[in-house]
Design a protein around this ligand. Sequence first.
Ligand code: AHM
Ligand code: MG
Length: 333
Amino acid sequence: MERHPVHGLVTVAQHIIEQQRNHPTATGQFSWLLSGITLATKIIESYVRRAGITNVLGETGESNVQGELVQKLDMIANETIVRCLGYRGNIGILVSEEEDEPRIVKNSSGSGNYIVLFDPLDGSSNIDVNVSIGTIFSILHKREDVWPSDGPEKHVLQPGIRQLAAGYVVYGSSTVLAYTTGDGVHMFTLNPDIGAFVLHQESVRMPDVGKTYSINEAYRASFPKGIQDYLEWAKTDNYSQRYIGSLVADFHRTLLRGGVFLYPPTKKSPEGKLRLLYEANPMAFLAEQAGGAATDGQHRIMEKNPQHMHERTPLIIGSKSEVERVHEFLEKG
Ligand code: AHM
Ligand code: MG
């Protein structure tokens, strides 16, 4: 793997500002917005680290728009992000996995131009058992061809290729942030002693091959035939299997080590389980920026035109040649 070691101490805030220097028209608004996200994730991480001793584990007793039980930490993470971003005057719309409708941010200028879409705490089933979970985000501009009477959802329904930035934070054995603004993927580790995300790898490249597949194989019987055939083949070719059950953590490993993550359509989730706008799109942007690929089994994820805010999609993401291999099986199947 090609690595770019970093000397000296560069925080994520500094890095974003330096990246902006490459864009002469940048106003600094964008770095202000991203610093709101990093602040929120530091607060979330402090809840996650102390979860067992601060009565934040377990369910709230409510279900979200997806019909899934909401964990207390899901709710805390959502509120934290809304609180941290709601005061950045340049954000117009927030879209969260946990909320049915887009949230219009009311601010003094009333003219926020950015849309932030996020999954506040991904990997819900792992929250209570101290396994890696994460936050995912994607940033868009509001559309110019939308009338106020069209409502906010129309602004939000844009293909992933329009993303201005995307990233995630994985709350794992250490807390790592990865982001892209279309100029490579950069990775930071939270140094808890100074409370800052510190750069540890610039321009991360995903290995082009990697003999690891990551899938919930318990659903195998209802996978498309091509996926079943691929899994059979991978076993005969000495692949390993790794599956954490938090997209953020499974993707993070795939980004660093190579391989392929798959969440195909199943009987239970015929459209796939993962959400296009705030799970698949940001991960696809990161994957492509690192030299990898992301599809739904037929189309490039980032070219899909979303019809609904909480739309789901099948996802095949990872090293380029591994994704291509899965496609070969899908075409034969
Ligand atoms: P969540 O956003 O409610 O946590 O659900 C998404 C998660 C992903 O992190 C993970 O890849 C997937 O669900 C795991 O699903 P399954 O338990 O069906 O394997
Ligand atoms: Mg999720």
